[in-house]
Every structure is written in C-alpha cells, then in structure tokens.
Write a protein that binds this ligand. Sequence first.
Ligand code: XMP
Length: 324
Amino acid sequence: MKLRDENMARITTIELANEFIEKQVKEIRDQVKDKKVLLGLSGGVDSTVVAALLIKAIGKQLISVHVNHGLMRKGESEAVLELFEGQLDANIVYVDATDRFLKLLEGVSDPEAKRKIIGNEFVKVFDEESSKLEGISFLAQGTIYSDIIESKGVKAHHNVGGLPDYMKLELVEPVKSLYKDEVRVVGRALGLPSSMVDRQPFPGPGLGIRCLGAITKDRLHALREADAILREEFDKANLTDKVWQFFTVIPDITSTGVKDGKRLDYWPVIIRAVNTVDALHCTVPEIDYKVLKHITDRILSEVDGVCRVLYDLSPKPIATIEWE
Ligand code: XMP
C-alpha cells in the first residue's frame, strides 16, 4: 500500500494543516463511529498530536493512558496531565509506575539490559491498565511516515515495545503519512503549545540511559534537577530553538570535591548538546562561555551531590548522542 502520494503538498502552513485535520477528523469518525479508542500517550510530539486530533474528532471516546516510568524529565508528566486533563478536558488514565521501574532496574548496569527492562515493563504496565478498561475497539498510534520507511533502521531498535499480539485491536494511525515537521504544523494548527509541539526527541527509556550504569534514586534526582536547570537556562538564552537536542548525563563515578574544608566524594554532571539534521551526523554547538558558566554555577550550588560540570565537545561520529 502506498501511504504517501509523493505529489501530496508538504504541509507547511496552518491552512494546509487545517485541510488535513478536517479530512482526518471525518475519516476518524467514519472509522471509529461510537466505539472507544485507546492511546498510549508518552508526551512526545507524535502521540500528543494524535491525541489532540482524536479528541477533536471523537472527544471522550478517546482514552489516553500515560505511564510515568519515573524516568521522565522534571515536570513532563505534570505538563501532559495539565494539558490533557486541565485544558483539553480529555479522558486520561495516569499511571505512576516509578517504583516498579526503579525496583526492576536496581543493580542493572548494562545499557541494553536497562533498555530491555524499561521497554518490557512499559508494555506490561500499559497492558495491565488497558485490560482494566472495557469496550475498547481501537488502538491509536502516533506512527509517522519515517517510522514506516525506516522501520528496519535505528527507530525500530530504539522504539519502546508495542502492544502484545493478543490485544487484537484495529489500528487508528492518523499521521502515518506525515513527516515530523508536518506533524508539528498540524499540532500548531490544533492549538497545542510550542512546549509540546516543538519538543526535542526524547528516548523511550528516558533518563534511564542518561543515569549511567546502575540507576540510583539520588543520582537520578541530581540528573533530573541539573537537566531542569540546563533547560531553563537554554530557554533564557534563546537556545532552545537553535539546538536540536540537549540534556545532562550523570556518570556512575565520583570525583573529589571540597565543601566547608572537608573533602567529599561527589558526582560530575555532563552537558550534552548537538545539532543535526538526521541524528546520524552531529556537530556540537559553540555555546557562549558565559551561558555555560552560569549553568555550571547554578548546578553546583543548587544540586546536591554534584561537584563538577563538563561540556561534551564530541561530534557524532565518533560519539553517539546519548552516552549509553
Ligand atoms: P544516538 O545515541 O544513537 O541517538 O546517537 C540518536 C537519537 O536516538 C535517540 N535514542 C533513543 N530513542 N530509545 C529511543 O526511543 C532509545 O533507546 C534511544 N537511544 C537513543 C537519541 O536521544 C537521539 O535523538
């Protein structure tokens, strides 16, 4: 089946997006009728736009499940809830599975084993929650065009799970013919805030692969706080739109620090920022020294247990974007 007619105009304007939305709303209503649709809402751009599109089409017949695996960035699950429950008055099931994930990850240091545990548990939690719901006939997914054409490439290996086969639900995939930039325009046309629509890519395993080695609660906390400071300061310095992806990483080593005349073991925090068009080749942006210094000062004074901040200057290749 040909998904995307190459003559189809690229959706670059709100007008074109509105046309697309109108057509999709009609198609969704025709497909779903009065039945219920389930959606796994990660908070990423694709699932958020699909949710907003479905809410426009079928309102409360959409039930979105947001699983917080405890590895989200600071405030992200709260932002998802505030948007969907607060502003869009949507039907949303929120599951805080933090303890389950952290317990399973205890002592696991191999990155691929961590990814596998997070992916499998995610499917399990989603499955448990959805089996409590009655009368679901459809499963909506934020599949986009590149997921389909690259399904044998990086994305497939990176994706967090999928539904088990026995959940035989008919699929609703309203943005599967769109490229990422088009999904963002559609999101804007649906009135979603830029903080959702222009979101940078966030790996399914989340902070789990940025808290290097075996995850501990205290290092995860330090990582999340440092990451929040980085985001705040990049925003203030107008860098959020100019840098493709940026985040902090916390290694599982300590380094000597000194506080009140006492020598102590503390953690270093690494800032990673990259620019790229395809995620395969990346350069490292030249961030103003003053901005880096200010971020460093804030992390060192506000985040407990951290005594050093480093800026990673390594391009991809040879270094991947994520540290593990
Ligand atoms: P790397 O580290 O391979 O990252 O240079 C390329 C892009 O993929 C993201 N990434 C992941 N996304 N699950 C995901 O969903 C993963 O396990 C994963 N690992 C890396 C990374 O953030 C970057 O955007």
